[in-house]
Design a protein around this ligand. Structure first.
Ligand code: RUQ
Ligand code: CUA
Length: 666
């Protein structure tokens, strides 16, 4: 059975193929369902990961229109995020400045198992991090690095009252406080896994690492929290239970079954209270953006609390799950846990009730590194037979149906949770990874649509050189049969996504920052407060922007070797009037400053001359007039520091050669 699945898939199908009957597939009233007339709003915000561009994308559903790209782990030339002095600390890590990451999954905050529309948490896979984005600003508010982790893939997954955002390590590695200088082939002795429980403060959302659980050295892939009756539990899919350290393609596919790891986190909390946690020396960055100083700070943390399952019985259990499980999804009731073995020819559905009975009766199949392995049949509710090839992820419509993405056979398969019968299947174009139903991971899905996020588009769009777009596809699921109603290309490689009703977010959007609440140390809260200050080689320009001029717009007396900090305060107090700022030759991007906010661009002059600067955002009919000049003189020049707007100051001419400049009194 196992070898059949493997050979069938290995025979080329791993790369996926064009499904039978692939065609345009949208016609008539189906297409109209995705039509949102000009000036009309979409029904849902669709929050979609950008994959290896490190960003988050906001689309409308059902139109597929792209509204915003939110920079999270990657610098953004558009907003200046990661380029401005205020936002650079957001990308600080224990490895220094890391201006990129690979963003796969997101989790919208929940209260009572339902979306509450406050925050969305996302993962950075590569240099393990979790970020929190505020859904009233669509800006990254906080990033926390995760120690004892490598390849933060199984992350972030949220519990039903946002008690925890959970993160499992993909790679097992020697833990941070151990000597990591070991032969790679000592994997089995030296490599460990961890799962981290990050606690967002219920009021502010500010994250802290509550605890980490040390685990055997497997690879964690995905996870889901229990809900309802299974609240208090977390389920992680694991692969490479073979603990292979080379050619995993073959060596991590040797066993017939890998595991789902069930974590009783309420039990873990009891152990913590009982003092079983061990404080360990680690190093990780915690970066927070302050909305009143408009500045991020990065704090290096040096301790984490860990729990070792050897000293904490009844906290972890393994459940066998066929063939390298990827997705591990819990249904809206919390009773069913669906494992999706990438290489399996069926979908196992586990029962939370049966798992509890198996634990009570110790119906075990031995242990794995000291952790009880529950007998497969004792945990199993049943199997979906012949669902398709390469099951990856499952979402739920709240009406008793499950929808599983099939990477290899490029389709979505709808099946009934109770009788496990396949009800419908539709092709996707092509190679679907994740899928998303609005509210699909919550206790109360909104249903209505399922969206496929595809890895490959081949012939679906105009070609663009060697790389073709990835895409999403929208299906209407309001009837018995799924109907394709829209294709839309995506920005970056989409992994997971969630959709949330527009009504939950659109009325709570922040429009401006109040200028009187601006606590930025370099803010100029009116043109009267603008100035230019020299401190050794450092020059601070307290600048303001308002339609349609910058103050000051003539600056002289800067010398080569100076570092100039342009602190631009946008004095506007109207919605949607940002001003941008850029200067010729800056080894930097622009900055984009929201109404009432201050942002800083650092600039080092590399030559003598006049450096024009200007507003980059078309803000008024006189936007093109919103410009100015910086004069840079030689290193030893004694041209006086002067700044003005709207008048000519009594600036000095400077002899071209700096030795003379030194002797010339202005
Ligand atoms: S994964 S395509 Cu990185 Cu979420 Cu399944
Ligand atoms: Cu301000 Cu253009």
């Amino acid at each position: 059975m196992a070898s059949f699945a493997l050979t069938a898939i290995a025979a080329g199908a791993l790369y996926s193929c064009k499904p039978k009957g692939a065609q345009a597939a949208v016609s008539g009233d189906a297409a109209e369902k995705a039509y949102v007339a000009p000036g009309k709003y979409d029904e849902f915000y669709n929050i979609v990961s950008g994959g290896f561009n490190g960003q988050l994308n906001i689309y409308g559903i059902p139109s597929g229109r792209l509204f915003r790209v939110v920079p999270v782990f990657s610098q953004s030339t558009e907003s200046g995020y990661g380029f401005s002095e205020e936002t650079k600390p957001m990308l600080n890590t224990s490895h220094g400045f890391v201006p990129w990451d690979d963003l796969h999954h997101l989790a919208i905050s929940e209260t009572n198992g339902e979306h509450d529309g406050r925050w969305v948490f996302v993962n950075g896979n590569n240099t393990p991090r979790i970020a929190r984005i505020d859904l009233s600003t669509f800006r990254t508010a906080e990033i926390i690095e995760i120690p004892n982790s490598a390849g933060n893939h199984s992350s972030p997954f949220i519990t039903e009252n946002s008690e925890y955002v959970v993160a499992g390590t993909r790679f097992s590695v020697p833990l941070d406080d151990q000597n990591g200088d070991v032969p790679i082939n000592t994997y089995k002795q030296n490599f460990r896994g961890t799962v981290s429980f990050i606690h967002p403060d219920p009021t502010t959302g500010n994250m802290s690492i509550a605890f980490q659980i040390k685990t055997p050295g497997v690879n964690f892939d995905l996870a889901r929290a229990g809900k309802g009756k299974s609240h208090g539990w977390m389920f992680f899919s694991c692969y490479n239970t073979e603990k292979a350290n080379t050619l995993l393609e073959v060596n991590a596919s040797a066993k017939d079954k890998d595991f789902i790891m069930a974590v009783n986190w309420k039990k873990a909390e009891e152990y913590l209270k009982a003092g079983k946690g061990k404080k360990e020396a680690v190093k990780y960055a915690h970066n927070v953006y302050n909305e009143s100083t408009h500045t991020a700070t990065s704090t290096m943390m040096n301790e984490v609390t860990t729990l070792d399952p050897k000293e904490c019985p009844d906290m972890l259990y393994f459940i066998p799950c066929p063939k390298s499980p990827h997705g591990c999804d819990t249904d809206p009731t919390g009773e069913y846990i669906v494992g999706s073995g990438k290489l399996a020819a069926l979908i196992p559905v586990f029962s939370f009730t049966k798992i509890q009975q198996a634990i009570a009766n110790k119906t075990y199949d031995g242990d794995y590194d000291g952790i009880p392995v529950i007998k497969y049949d004792a945990a199993l509710y049943g199997e979906v037979q012949k669902p398709g090839l390469g099951p990856l992820h499952t979402e739920f419509d709240g009406k008793g149906n499950a929808y599983t993405s099939m990477f290899v056979s490029s389709e979505i398969v709808k099946w009934n949770i109770k009788d496990l019968k396949v009800l419908d299947r539709v092709p996707t174009y092509y190679s679907i990874g994740h899928l998303s139903i609005p509210g699909g991971p919550t206790a109360k899905p909104y249903g209505k649509y399922v969206i496929a996020y595809n890895k490959i588009t081949k012939d679906r769009y105009l070609p663009t050189g060697p790389e073709l777009t990835q895409s999403a596809q929208l299906y209407d699921i309001s009837g018995d049969k799924m109907k394709l109603i829209l294709d839309f290309p995506t920005n970056g490689e989409p992994h997971y996504a969630e959709a949330i009703p527009a009504s939950m977010l659109m009325n709570k959007q922040r429009k401006i920052y109040k200028i009187e609440e601006n606590m930025h140390p370099f803010a100029a809260k009116g043109e009267g407060q603008t100035k230019v200050v020299r401190n050794g080689n450092r020059i601070d320009v307290y600048m303001t922007a308002i339609r349609s001029h910058l103050t000051p717009d003539n600056i002289e007396g800067v010398r080569i070797g100076d570092e100039v900090f342009f602190h631009v305060t946008n004095l506007e107090q109207d919605w949607d009037v940002p001003h941008g700022f850029a200067i010729k030759g800056a080894n930097n991007a622009e900055i984009l400053v929201m109404p009432g906010e201050t942002q800083t661009l650092a600039f080092k002059a590399d030559r003598v001359g006049i450096f024009p600067f200007y507003c980059t955002d078309f803000c008024s009919a006189l936007h093109q007039e919103m410009q100015g000049y910086l004069r840079v003189s030689p290193a030893g020049s004694n041209v006086a520091l002067l700044f003005s707007t709207g008048k000519n100051n009594g600036a000095t001419a400077n002899p071209a050669d700096s030795s003379k400049a030194k002797t010339t009194k202005p």
